[in-house]
Design a protein around this ligand. Structure first.
Ligand SMILES: [Zn+2]
Length: 95
């Protein structure tokens, strides 16, 4: 037989323990960042935002390159639409 009161007691005890742990955790942890690759806590001053793991540094660099490529691609893409539009605008103004 399962003692309902005992179970309820255990659950409430566990809940309060989690809450107190969470409460103290938020106040005690000093300001810090997380590695954007592996999410390890790192120094706030860490720049770029990665830990000392070479794998994370490499991945971050790769991400950086990818982001730059995407930005350039978007710029070119925008240009492909903007230039004909601007040209027709100028043509209309001139004509
Ligand atoms: Zn890392």
């Amino acid at each position: 037989m399962v003692d309902a009161k005992k179970v309820k007691d255990m659950v409430s005890k566990r809940t309060s323990k989690v809450v107190s742990q969470f409460g103290s955790g938020t106040s005690k942890v000093p300001p810090h960042k997380h590695c954007r690759i592996c999410h390890e806590p790192i120094s706030v001053k860490a720049e770029p935002r990665v830990c000392n793991d070479q794998e994370c540094i490499d991945k971050h660099e790769q991400d950086d390159k990818n982001q730059r490529t995407v930005r350039i691609a978007m710029f070119v893409f925008f240009g492909l639409f903007a230039i004909p539009y601007l040209l027709t605008l100028v043509m209309r103004l001139v004509g």
